[in-house]
Design a binder for this molecule. Sequence first.
Ligand code: DAT
Ligand code: MG
Length: 148
Amino acid sequence: MEKTFLMVKPDGVQRNLVGEIVNRFERKGYRLAGAKLMQISDDLAKEHYGEHKERPFFGELVDFITSGPVFAMVWEGENVIATAREMMGKTNPSDAAPGTIRGDFGVTVGKNVIHGSDSPESAEREINLFFETSELVTYTKQDSAWIY
Ligand code: DAT
Ligand code: MG
């Protein structure tokens, strides 16, 4: 089954949105495989956002993502990578549809509440960057027969 890496950013943690965000993916029918509250180091931030290192906002992005704890998660389910991105909404909350996480809770692109992997390659890279294999749990959920 497909896995993705999702993370409530420091603004989402400070604004008490961890439970709301977990609830959305839980109710959707995805399975939580791992989760932790953590402080991202400068090195990890630069590695995670490496694809943006030449962008003018890179410094601000690293400062922001290290500005407080984040809630890192791995979720599993059919087509979870693309669907989680849909549930998050567009990168800029002012373009994100109501009903999406960024559409409902964000205002500016610099503080857009949540991160999610954008492809199978980035999901694998980001899961390995943030989680040890031993931190991910494989188990059967009793509701899966009512979802699949
Ligand atoms: P996403 O988080 O939707 O995958 P991205 O990978 O293009 O978006 O950018 C990573 C983060 O960088 C994004 O969540 C917020 C920030 N960002 C993107 N474009 C920005 C911009 N023009 N100004 C400031 N921050 C920006
Ligand atoms: Mg991205």
